[in-house]
Design a protein around this ligand. Sequence first.
Ligand code: AMP
Length: 407
Amino acid sequence: MGLNKKSVDDINVAGKRVLVRCDFNVPLKEGKITDETRIVAALPTIQKLIKDGGKVILCSHLGKVKNGPNEGESLAPVAERLAEKLGQPVNFVADYNVTGEAATAAVEAMKEGDVVLLQNTRFRGKEETKNGEEFSKELADLCDVYVCDAFGSSHRAHASVAGVTDVVRAKGGECAVGYLMQKEIEFLGNAVENPVRPFVAILGGAKVADKLNVINNLIEKCDTLIIGGGMAYTFLKAKGYEIGKSLVDDEKLDYCKEMIEKAEKAGKQLLLPVDTAVAAGFPDPIDAEIAVDYVDADKMPADKLGLDIGPKTAELYANAAKTAKTVVWNGPMGVFENPVLAKGTIAVAQALADTDATTIIGGGDSAAAVNQLGFADKMSHISTGGGASLEFLEGKSLPGVAAADDK
Ligand code: AMP
């Protein structure tokens, strides 16, 4: 593994109470799960712990829980689906307090290989803040060993992600990462810290401001940095081009100039669009029919806005990706939600699907784009964490990863 952390293969759980932080933050519509990907992704770790004779206590957050505990954000539907997938009962503790008497009683009644699911950790409110100490202690009281398998939450120093590990460790318990975390760390960690070269990073999405540290870190780590999506226009403006009514982050123009210089000095290739799709306005609704022209990047009309990379750029980027041995991609090349403006994103996804390189897709919109466009099974790894994968690419230490014991 990229980082030398204990995994579920390194711990002995037989007869022990194992608390597993999962990412069961699944989309729900009228109480029904509309995408079970996250539940399926958690199964290997849970099954391993059951097989090894652990008493498996699962916890997770679901949704944002803005207005306090409520049935609409209860983990009850997850318990039901999980039981189906595991082919064994999952004892759901519906108590909004998450820990406490009901949870303790459920855990005391467990035999080896049993599974308990606690209620939505965010029902405790404090999970959102740094004052989760009491909750951390209560979670730790329920277990002997702790496993984190919630990559999507691992960038947050929450009680159930990080706080609990201090208490478990203080009483002599082990803290490990699950298979899902291990896979994320392996792919993202190796790509950033120890890539097989050439290493090409492709960044897109809406705003430069959201990805400042990612750009900075990747210029240092990669051989070629490719920029597309809305953020490309701020770079083009920084180069002195007319960008019309395109999305722009005027406060970041100097930053973009700095990054262009940094890449030049470091001898890194920084690729920007050479042509672009332009339209009179942003599509409304987002998937509405839209008339576009393709123009060279230095000939954008002042009264139009750029909404996708053009065909010449798509070819340039695809060729760069083809020469790579490692490719990391985060953020769409244009407004991919619209069929006309998805062409650039599709071209890049196709290039990644065709290459023999290790291809890693950051979570969030890029993962959604690759899934939606039907390329998911062609990629080496699609990250399950949007914010977490971005912080990894920034070179930050993630609290949920750092909190696991070293090997
Ligand atoms: P992000 O969340 O930063 O990865 O950004 C993804 C969003 O950026 C998607 O919803 C895209 O529609 C949007 N996007 C991509 N290209 C552009 C563009 N040229 N102008 C405006 N929005 C864009």
